[in-house]
Design a protein around this ligand. Structure first.
Ligand code: GLN
Length: 484
């Protein structure tokens, strides 16, 4: 059952091959037997899962429900889940039990999915390797000594290890796409505003976007269908109609114009990854696509721009963790100042503190214009590059990560090297565009992802272009050793 896609599970549930309860118990058993290897789950919600599964079975029996009714999934531990710990990878929220469900969680529950549990992540989604989690690193199912990528590393690992058929993730600078690439799954970061941020713990509000992680583009389409849509509780949610993502999956891509940004294939890209991407592009030529070289001239400015804007926003968002209202509070504070200081000193890990300090500095009087304002101006230039490119091409393709998964501990001593793991993903968030990572091949046993980027709100096109590739390749169907 674990090697079936969500689409296949959906059909089997409806055909009565097994019940949602049987399917849920099957995944819970796999989790209890195998999750220790990857540390992908931080919480397993057995009781809530079994209740949801039996409700789903009743719906299916009554001929009600939709295409994902009864399908088990996992949620990144950044999404608030009522009555369930929501820890965001941080000691700061170790004791936090959310009083409500995030909109994404509500929508996926209403669509009939069954939450198996919450997945491990970098602390407050800050990281590219899942090593900043207070709950220990996640291990890549393809190589237990390698990182799964971050920050949605837990979601990526559990989907890759077939400990959940799909999962939610969030992407602020690459956190859905990069771990998807490094673990050989499909990860879709929607347009900013497509999916509600309500109840999704904030890191950098102008960049954060929830999305779907699954084996295939078709499965990502099924999940996005449920997640997407206007939410009055999120002021940046966009009131734009949600198309039927599955209806166009099989559309022909004959004549599709694919742009390859020359800046994404230069120095810094491993030649092994470059070879895999070249072969994937050759497959697209076979499918009738036209490949055109393009330029995104300000690409080199994306990482430094992001590392002003994201820390600035995080320094503001994380000021709410003061030991007063919720979360960690230090013991025996002598006065209120001592309480603020020590609660934050003891509750946050080093990467989060580094970001808060950089962000506070960039926003302080006298530096605001030089750093924050300047970064916002460069952000516009980066967005304009994409707009110019989309005047010539339908989608942009390139690598997701400059290298395959690196070893645990390899980059932790050097934050700047770590930051460059997202060199090909960050610009998309700065522009607010949608993008997908799909399994494109391997370097040895390590998966490599291909990134596809489209104009605003054109997720349907991305899913179509990804699906067509998955019809003629089987990289997405490979299962890591030890998890077969
Ligand atoms: N790796 C990037 C960072 O550390 C992006 C994280 C994310 O997308 N949440 O900020």
């Amino acid at each position: 059952m674990h090697t079936k896609t969500i689409a296949q599970l959906s059909a089997a549930l409806r055909a009565g091959e097994f019940s949602s309860e049987e399917l849920t118990r099957f995944f819970l058993e796999r989790i209890s037997r195998l999750d220790d290897k990857t540390n992908g789950y931080v919480t397993v919600t057995t009781e809530r899962a079994l209740e949801a599964a039996s409700a789903a079975d009743a719906k299916i029996a009554a001929g009600e429900g939709g295409p994902i009714t009864g399908v088990p999934i996992a949620h990144k531990d950044i999404f608030c889940t009522e009555g369930v710990p929501t820890r965001c990878g941080s000691k700061m929220l170790d004791n936090f039990i959310a009083p409500y469900d995030a909109t994404c969680v509500t929508k996926l529950s209403e669509a009939g999915t069954v939450m198996l549990g919450k997945t491990n992540m970098d602390e407050f989604a800050m990281g590219s390797s899942n090593e900043t989690s207070f709950y220990g690193p996640v291990r890549n199912p393809w190589d237990l000594n390698a990182v799964p990528g971050g920050s949605s590393g837990g979601s990526a690992a559990v989907v890759a290890a077939r400990l959940a058929p799909g999962a939610t993730g969030t992407d602020t600078g690459g956190s859905i796409r990069q771990p998807a690439a490094l673990t050989g799954i499909t990860g879709l970061k929607p347009t900013y505003g497509r999916v509600s941020r309500y109840g999704m713990i904030a890191f950098a509000s102008s960049l954060d976007q929830g999305g779907a992680m699954a084996s295939t583009a078709e499965d990502a389409a099924l999940l996005l269908q449920a997640m997407a849509g206007f939410d009055p509780k999120d002021s940046t949610s966009v009131d734009e109609s949600v198309p039927d993502y599955r209806a166009t999956l099989n559309d022909s891509i004959e004549g599709l114009k694919i742009g390859l940004p020359k800046e994404y294939f230069g120095e810094g890209l491993s030649s092994d990854v470059a070879n895999v991407i070249d072969e994937a592009i050759a497959e697209y030529r076979q499918l009738g696509a036209e490949v055109i070289e393009i330029s995104l001239p300000n690409s080199g400015l994306a990482v430094p721009t992001y590392y002003v804007i994201a820390p600035a926003e995080c320094s503001s968002n994380l000021s709410r963790y003061d030991g007063v209202r919720f979360g960690y509070r230090c013991e025996d504070p002598v006065d209120i100042e001592d309480m603020y200081k020590r609660s934050r000193e003891e509750g946050f890990g080093p990467e989060v503190k580094r970001r808060i300090m950089i962000g506070t500095y960039a926003l302080s009087a006298g530096y605001y214009d030089a750093y924050y304002l300047k970064a916002q101006q460069v952000r516009r230039l980066i967005k304009n590059d994409f707009m110019d490119a989309f005047a010539k091409v339908d989608v942009i393709a390139g690598p997701v990560s400059p290298t395959p998964a690196f070893k645990l501990g390899e980059k932790t001593a050097d934050p700047v090297t770590m930051y460059f793991s997202d060199i090909y993903t960050i610009a998309v968030n700065l522009a607010g565009l949608p993008a997908i990572s799909i399994p494109a091949g391997f370097v040895g046993d390590a998966p490599v992802g291909l990134q596809l980027i489209s104009p605003f709100f054109d997720e349907a096109r991305l899913l179509n272009v990804a699906h067509r590739f998955q019809q003629i390749t089987d990289w997405h169907a490979r299962v890591p050793k030890g998890f077969e």
